[in-house]
Design a protein around this ligand. Structure first.
Ligand code: PMP
Length: 454
């Protein structure tokens, strides 16, 4: 990091100071709650990532419905963070809530170690939009990725996986690796790794198809695990022909292609798999598909299913390292079936994508108006601005333009005026419940925020 495109650091520091002070006045009850929570929660939060919010402590929320959140101080926010995609369906979507109530209260049964018919409906709904016939459920996208990698190594008999630098696929050991001046190394801050990820993983830059070719030609790689577009280091879109060649090289070397749709589902009804015409051997997904209820899923092709089920050595039924007691529970699968059928409809995606295009126009207009050398990249209903004049082509390049202080400025500026952005990124996501008014609120504030910088 540190190739700051924005040079007036003194002005920026003063603005951040001003916004931090506004924040602490506006959210005094959250601050109090944080003091309490520090006594019982490690680091003051129930999950460490919640420390990531700007301002020194997170806003404590009281209620969340559709695209709005209210906090302990009575502030109301338009929510473009949407639980970093977990709430892409909007908060507490009606159809999901009804299905959950029906399951949990009316019929009864949250988890039983027995399948329910909702699991069949949930898998059918996934097969209707992703081109894979067989599905399994987990409790997180992380687990879906972990199991997909285990399966890939099992059926190919190869030990390594290939990922792209600055990818993120959840807390998956094999993926905490980056290219540093062309040299693979464990990602900075990797917590207590069991083994050095350079032992398990080959890492290349996204969009570098020659590097993929060299890596796969060793025939050591069981699977390539990638998002269709990187979404965790800004949004990095694939260049023309990248995915076609990736698929071709995987087939040529009998390497499995695992596509992680957890974030890129924002691209549309059939995710980026449909948008880019991808043909993966496995798909992993999580976060949004249960409308906020914890769940992940992975799909496999006919060929992968056949090889797995025929494998005499793999223990797929008990302690083989794949599964989870509450995975596939009745609550999660009821939520998936309802959310996919009733919330993430084709009409909903059309509206979300339309609004996101309007959002994008507002952001790029603001950059143009003030001559700001920044850019925005959109993937369907997801958009991210980046502090560099043109969209980066790979993770390493994108990472080098990170500017934490600018992130902090925009996050606080927006939060102080009633708009929540995603803390890890400058990402905004549209839900089926996002309105044009919500987008216009952002556009107007964003113009002011950029104007104060230049
Ligand atoms: N895949 C991708 C692409 C992700 O962005 C994430 C989380 N940000 C995950 C998987 C893991 O999701 P979870 O943390 O819910 O397991």
């Amino acid at each position: 990091t540190g190739q700051y495109v924005y040079g007036d650091r003194v002005r920026l520091s003063k603005l951040v100071e001003r916004e931090t002070s506004i924040f602490s006045k506006r959210t005094s009850k959250s601050k109090e709650a944080f003091e309490q929570s520090r006594k019982v929660l490690l680091g003051g939060v129930p999950m460490s990532w919640m420390s990531k919010w700007s301002g020194g402590y997170p806003i404590f929320f009281k209620s969340a419905r559709d695209s709005k959140i209210s906090d302990l101080d009575g502030n109301i926010y338009v929510d473009f963070c949407l639980g970093d995609t977990g709430a892409m369906a909007g908060h507490s979507p009606g159809a999901t809530v009804s299905a959950v109530i029906e399951r949990v209260r009316d019929k009864g049964g949250i988890t039983t170690m027995l399948p329910s018919l909702d699991a069949v409906n949930a898998a059918s709904a996934l097969s209707a939009r992703f081109p894979l016939p067989y599905w399994q459920f987990t409790l997180s996208a992380t687990d879906a990725n972990r199991f997909a990698l285990r399966f890939a190594r099992q059926i190919t008999g190869r030990s390594k996986v290939l990922v792209f630098s600055y990818c993120y696929h959840g807390t998956v050991d094999e993926s905490f690796i980056v290219l540093d001046n062309g040299v693979p190394r464990s990602r900075t801050g990797n917590v207590g790794p069991a083994v050095d990820p350079t032992d398990t993983t080959v890492v290349v830059e996204f969009n570098d198809i020659e590097a993929v070719r060299r890596a796969l030609s060793t025939y050591e790689i069981a699977a390539v695990l990638t998002e269709p577009a990187l979404t965790n280091i800004g949004i990095v879109l694939p260049v023309a022909g990248f995915h076609e060649e990736l698929r071709r090289l995987c087939s040529e070397t009998s390497t499995l292609l695992i596509i992680d749709e957890t974030h890129t589902f924002s691209a549309g009804y059939g995710g980026a798999t449909e948008l880019f015409g991808l043909d993966p051997d496995m798909i992993t997904i999580g976060k949004s598909i249960g409308g906020g209820v914890p769940v992940g899923a992975y799909g496999v092709s006919d060929a992968v299913a056949e090889r797995l089920l025929a494998d005499q050595e793999a223990d797929l039924v008990d302690t083989g390292g794949v599964g989870g007691t509450l995975a596939g529970n009745a609550l999660s699968v009821a939520a998936v079936a309802a959310t996919l059928e009733h919330v993430f409809t084709k009409e909903a995606f059309a509206k979300m994508i339309d609004l996101c295009a309007t959002f994008e126009q507002g952001v790029t207009d603001a950059f143009f108006e003030f001559g700001a050398p920044f850019c925005a990249v959109r993937l369907g209903a997801r958009i991210e601005y980046r502090f560099t004049p043109s969209p980066p082509l790979n993770g390493g390049e994108s990472a080098s333009y990170g500017d934490d202080l600018l992130d902090q400025y925009f996050h606080l500026y927006m939060a102080n005026r009633g708009v929540l952005m995603t803390p890890f990124h400058n990402m905004a996501l549209m839900a089926p419940t996002t309105t044009l008014e919500d987008v216009e609120t952002h556009t107007n504030l964003f113009k002011e925020a950029v104007g104060e910088l230049f």
